[in-house]
Design a binder for this molecule. Structure first.
Ligand code: ATP
Ligand code: MG
Length: 418
C-alpha cells in the first residue's frame, strides 16, 4: 500500500465519484498500485471531469520509473521515454503514463535541460502549466489534490499560470500557445487569463521562436476549430501573436464570419488569412508545415472567398468548384452575401467528362497531337459544360463555329472559373 505521506505530499480533499474509471482504466491503475506505486489521473481529464465534460483521454502520473512502467505493462510504447512518458494500451484505450518529475532548468526555452525523476506529487504538479491543469485525482481514495486552487479558477473562469507567469512562459514558449488554446471553454464560453498571465503573454511572445513550427501548427489548428475561435483569435491578434505566426495582419472585423461557419479548419483559415494573397496563404501555411491537403484546400477556399459566380456561369462554376460548393456557400452566407446562385448550382452536374477525345478532334481538324490539340479539346469541353451539350453531333456543330485555325491557343477558353 502506498505511503500517502511520502509521495502524495499535496493537500487533498475528498471528491467521491469525480472520475468513475472504466474497466480498462481500473486495470491500469490497479496494476501500478499492486506493485506498491502511487498513481494519479492528472491534467486534462481531471480538469474536464470537474467542469462536467467526459474526459476524452486519461494522462496518469506515477512514481514508478519508465523502465518499471514498461516491466508492468507488456503492451507499451515508449512515446517519450526520455521525458518519462510511456503509452500503455489496455483494450482499445491508450494511457499516457508519466513518471513524477522534479523541477529543472529550461535552457532552450522549450524542453527541460535534463529530466529528473521525482518522488513528490507536489513538485510534479508545480511544474505544470496552468492551475486548472495542475490537479491530480487519486481514483482509489477518491481524493483530489489541487494545490494551486485550480478548481476555484475553473469556477471563476480564469486561466492562471502555476507560479510566476512570465517565468513559466519563459521556460517553455509552447505554454503561450497552450494558454490561448485553453482560453476556449467550449459551450461555457471563454476563460480569460488573469492580469499577470495576460501581461506575460505580451512580454514573452518572443519565446515562440523556440517552439517548433509543428507544435505551433498543432496548437493553432486546434484553436481555429474551437467553439469560441473568434474571441481567442481576436485576443491573439491584439497581442500580436497571429501576426507573428502567420505573417499577416488579420482583419478582426471579419472574425465574426468565422463563427458563422461550421468548425471547418480550412474554411476558417481562409477567412483568417483573407488579408493575404493566395501565394502568401500557401507560403505561410507551408512554413508552419501544415499538411499538404490543408494548404491546398485553404488556398482554394481563400480564393473563392472573394469570388461569386454570375447566374450565367453556374454550370462551369459547378464543374470547377465541385465538392467545395457547400463550403463556398457557407463562407458567402457568413459574409451576409446572397448564396442562392451558389446553392442552386448544386443541382447541376459536378463531374462532366468531355464528350470527345483527341482522336475525334484530329479526324475533323487534321491537327497533330500536341498543345494546340489539347487546348482545342479544353475549349470544346468548356462549351460543352456551359451549354449542357449531350451529343457528339452537337460538339461537331460547335467545332465548325470555332476559329481554331487562327489565333494564339494560349488565349483560348479553358475549363476554369472564374
Ligand atoms: P487536452 O489533452 O485536453 O488537450 P491536457 O491538459 O490533457 O489537455 P496534454 O497536452 O495532454 O494537455 O498534457 C497533459 C498535462 O501535462 C497538462 O494538463 C499539463 O498539466 C501538463 N503539460 C502539458 N504540456 C505542458 C507544458 N508545455 N508545460 C507544463 N505542463 C504541461
Ligand atoms: Mg491530455
Amino acid at each position: 500500500m502506498l505511503d500517502a505521506g511520502l509521495i502524495a505530499d499535496s493537500p487533498a480533499i475528498s471528491m467521491p465519484g469525480l472520475i468513475e474509471p472504466s474497466v480498462n482504466l481500473s486495470t491500469v491503475l490497479n496494476a501500478l498500485a499492486n506493485e506498491g506505486f502511487g498513481v494519479w489521473v492528472v491534467g486534462g481529464a481531471v480538469r474536464d471531469a470537474i467542469i462536467g465534460i467526459n474526459p476524452h483521454e486519461f494522462d496518469l502520473t506515477t512514481n514508478a520509473r519508465p523502465d518499471e512502467v514498461m516491466a508492468i505493462f507488456e503492451d507499451n510504447i515508449p512515446t517519450g521515454e526520455k521525458f518519462g512518458t510511456i503509452t500503455v494500451r489496455n483494450g482499445e484505450d491508450f494511457f499516457e503514463i508519466t513518471t513524477l518529475r522534479t523541477e529543472s532548468s529550461y535552457g532552450d526555452g522549450r524542453r527541460p535541460d535534463e529530466v529528473e525523476w521525482g518522488d513528490s506529487l507536489a513538485v510534479d504538479l508545480s511544474r505544470r502549466d496552468f492551475t486548472m491543469n495542475a490537479m491530480a485525482y487519486d481514483v482509489a481514495r477518491e481524493i483530489l489534490h489541487d494545490p494551486f486552487d485550480g478548481r476555484n479558477d475553473l469556477d471563476r473562469g480564469i486561466l492562471r499560470a502555476v507560479g510566476e507567469a512570465s517565468r513559466r512562459l519563459s521556460e517553455d514558449g509552447l505554454r503561450i500557445m497552450r494558454a490561448y488554446r485553453f482560453m476556449d471553454r467550449g459551450s461555457a464560453g471563454i476563460w480569460m487569463p488573469d492580469h499577470e498571465l495576460s501581461a506575460a503573454l505580451l512580454d514573452c511572445k518572443h519565446m515562440l521562436s523556440h517552439v517548433s513550427v509543428e507544435r505551433i501548427w498543432q496548437e493553432l489548428s486546434r484553436i481555429v476549430i474551437g467553439e469560441n475561435a473568434s474571441s481567442v483569435l481576436l485576443k491573439m491578434t491584439n497581442d500580436g501573436i497571429i501576426q507573428r505566426i502567420l505573417g499577416c495582419d488579420p482583419m478582426p472585423d471579419e472574425f465574426e464570419w468565422i463563427m458563422a461557419c461550421d468548425n471547418d479548419l480550412e474554411v476558417r483559415l481562409a477567412i483568417l488569412m483573407n488579408s493575404m494573397s493566395s501565394n502568401e496563404v500557401e507560403d505561410s501555411l507551408r512554413s508552419l508545415k501544415a499538411p499538404k491537403k490543408v494548404i491546398k484546400r485553404s488556398k482554394h477556399l481563400h480564393f473563392l472567398l472573394e469570388n461569386t459566380p454570375h447566374p450565367d456561369e453556374s454550370r462551369i462554376y459547378r464543374a470547377v468548384v465541385a465538392d467545395e460548393v457547400k463550403a463556398h456557400a457557407m463562407m458567402i452566407r457568413a459574409r451576409g452575401w446572397d448564396p442562392s446562385v451558389i446553392e442552386s448550382s448544386l443541382s447541376l452536374p459536378s463531374e462532366v467528362k468531355c464528350l470527345v477525345d483527341g482522336i475525334w478532334i484530329c479526324e475533323r481538324t487534321a491537327l497533330i497531337p500536341g498543345k494546340r490539340l489539347g487546348r482545342l479539346k479544353d475549349w470544346l469541353h468548356r462549351i460543352q459544360i456551359e451549354r449542357d451539350l449531350k451529343t457528339k453531333d452537337e460538339m461537331e456543330r460547335v467545332l465548325c463555329t470555332l476559329s481554331w485555325q487562327h489565333g494564339n491557343e494560349d488565349e483560348w477558353p479553358r475549363v476554369e472559373w472564374p
